[in-house]
Design a protein around this ligand. Structure first.
Ligand code: 1GP
Length: 245
């Protein structure tokens, strides 16, 4: 089954999904595999691999291969540019940072990557990616024209634009390590007006926050930082439980 169909099936069945983000530059390959296998045991639905800086073809390939040896859930590449393409991943988010001020993040890197992806034959899932305040590192390197935390109308407008452009999915990102997630009001407003599935990520660390994001209407909840510091098992377990309701 294609990864996109797997996601759409869950979304249609109203099962909020959890995805674990692993940055290939932040741990050894063995540790990445350990995180993925632990997350899978605890019920994560997919592993996303990516990071805003320091991703190389080498650390990306080695991380994806190490994860694929131990995990059965899909491994999805979450790219930051065309400089590295995860040829061993099950799918790649073919994404555009719709609120970047820099054309290269909207369509430039994508034009460079497309022929390589076509040649490799990797499944693509098209995604409209929007950065919300505070945006953190990805907002900075992506040169994002940040959506204000209290500006739900602009978030809805971006979501509708992505839907009308024919994208599969939208992702509202507060930035990895953000002090707080995107607000419930913003998520609920988008949910009420936009029909394509919505991913929410950035700053989700506690079961309470995960519950808030799920109840507001997220279809997929992404966490990354929570698995970055050693002893994460109990924290991840209660967070995934909250995502699943
Ligand atoms: C980053 O949204 C993800 O793209 C994960 O954010 O690291 O804050 O969980 P955190």
């Amino acid at each position: 089954m294609k990864v996109k169909d797997f996601i759409m099936e869950r979304v249609r069945a109203k099962h909020t999904m959890h995805m674990t983000l692993i940055d290939p530059a932040k741990q050894s390959y063995a540790q990445a595999a350990e995180i993925a296998s632990c997350a899978e045991r605890l019920g994560t639905d997919a592993i996303m691999v990516g990071g805003s800086t320091d991703v190389t073809q080498e650390n990306l390939d080695s991380t994806v291969l190490a994860i694929k040896k131990v995990a059965k859930v899909p491994v999805i590449y979450f790219p930051s540019g065309a400089h590295a393409i995860a040829r061993f991943a099950d799918a790649i988010y073919f994404m555009t940072m719709l609120n970047s001020r820099n054309r290269k993040n909207i369509i430039g890197e994508q034009v460079m990557a497309a022929p390589i992806i076509a040649k490799l034959g990797i499944e693509t899932i098209s995604m409209g990616y929007m950065i919300v305040e505070p945006g953190m590192k990805v907002g900075e390197v992506g040169e994002a024209d940040l959506i204000k935390r209290d500006d739900a109308a602009t978030a809805v407008a971006y979501g509708l634009a992505a839907q009308f452009l024919g994208m599969d999915i939208i992702y509202f990102e507060a930035g990895s390590g953000a002090p707080e997630p995107v607000t419930a009001k913003m998520i609920a407003s988008v949910k009420s007006k936009v029909r394509i599935p919505m991913i929410i990520g950035g700053g989700i660390r506690t079961p309470e926050q995960a519950r808030m994001v799920r109840k507001a209407g997220a279809d997929v909840i992404v966490t990354g930082t929570i698995v970055e510091n050693g002893d994460y098992m109990a924290r991840l377990e209660s967070l995934i439980e909250a995502v699943k309701g």
